[in-house]
Write a protein that binds this ligand. Sequence first.
Ligand SMILES: NC(=O)c1ccc[n+]([C@@H]2O[C@H](COP(=O)([O-])OP(=O)(O)OC[C@H]3O[C@@H](n4cnc5c(N)ncnc54)[C@H](OP(=O)(O)O)[C@@H]3O)[C@@H](O)[C@H]2O)c1
Length: 353
Amino acid sequence: MAAIDRFEFLFQEVVKVFGDIRDVFAYVGAIYTSRKLLHILRRICGCLNVHFVSRLSDKCDLAQKFGEWAVITGASEGIGLAYARELAKRNLNIILISRRLEKLQAAATAIEEEFHVKTQCVAVDFSVGKDTYNVIWDKIKDKEIGVLVNNVGVMYDFPQLFLDVPEERLWQIVNINVAAATMMTHMILPQMVERGKGAIVIVSSGACTQITPMMTVYAGTKSFLDYFAQGLRYEYKNKGITIQSLRPFYVNTKMTRYSKTLTSHSFLVPSAENFASHAVATLGHSGRTTGYWPHTLQMWLFESIPEWLWMWGAYRLNQALQRQALERLDLRKPRVKSADSMDNFEELLQTKP
Ligand SMILES: NC(=O)c1ccc[n+]([C@@H]2O[C@H](COP(=O)([O-])OP(=O)(O)OC[C@H]3O[C@@H](n4cnc5c(N)ncnc54)[C@H](OP(=O)(O)O)[C@@H]3O)[C@@H](O)[C@H]2O)c1
């Protein structure tokens, strides 16, 4: 009898404790769910502000806000040229930098005629290294630079395994993607700090959302740029300088021409012009953005994927894109693994081997 009493007592105690634990779990669950909901709500409001509300005050005079001139690297075509046009629309004089002078001059003339601003062209090759920056400095040192767009960047000809990428291209990726943004910022930031105003856009990429196999070196350099931008923003937050890390996903430009799928405009693969018109509006509204709201939705999805799943998916996708590229080039023979440059890729697309 005494044993039964003890058992009943014990049973009641256990039920009481579990009842209490259930309450504790319920509280924890409620706190976790509310935090998650708040987080999602904050993200949605942030997204609406960055991508939609920003467009209401978008046509402001950036020359007055930041300074008279904008410098854009990699400005002869693609995202750089589209950025140059959007900034000219907002009253900035434009300095266009890339390798091909003729192409730059044609773009500059079109910008001058359409937007009635001044332009200057600087033809340099960023893959050369230190000397390039002396040439640029000589041409721009007497100008008030309000906006710097560190856009120039190169990728592999198409997604590849590390050892299949030509050594020359690896040097270009490091020298252009990492050094150009670092040294251009080092050259131009001092005058911005002195004036207490200015904006620097650093074009990173959605490829650095997580580790991306078959674009490993490219994505690595883009991660550097993203870190660089965020660190700089913190260092100079009290100096009146706006610094933005721009992380687009696929945009239909020469860089994506290796793939048939990426060479037609779509909701997720906008034209450079469409992308830039959205992205420029976010300047001053977000320090770190994709620049284009469908890409932001993509980013949210990709950030929530576990790393192993992302890597598996990215590897599969890049294998498929590589197959497309090789089919386009009709170069399935292993001895030809890469064109020398995207320009050669373009040429190869026109000719049969
Ligand atoms: N397209 C995308 O899907 C995508 C996605 C995410 C991020 N991004 C980034 O966005 C930026 C622009 O990409 P994009 O697609 O517009 O590229 P793009 O169409 O290939 O244009 C590249 C620009 O850079 C210039 N350039 C290339 N090599 C150069 C060098 N060695 N020295 C000086 N200028 C050079 C090119 O002009 P010249 O040939 O006349 O020199 C051209 O104006 C890059 O940083 C890229 O990583 C692109």
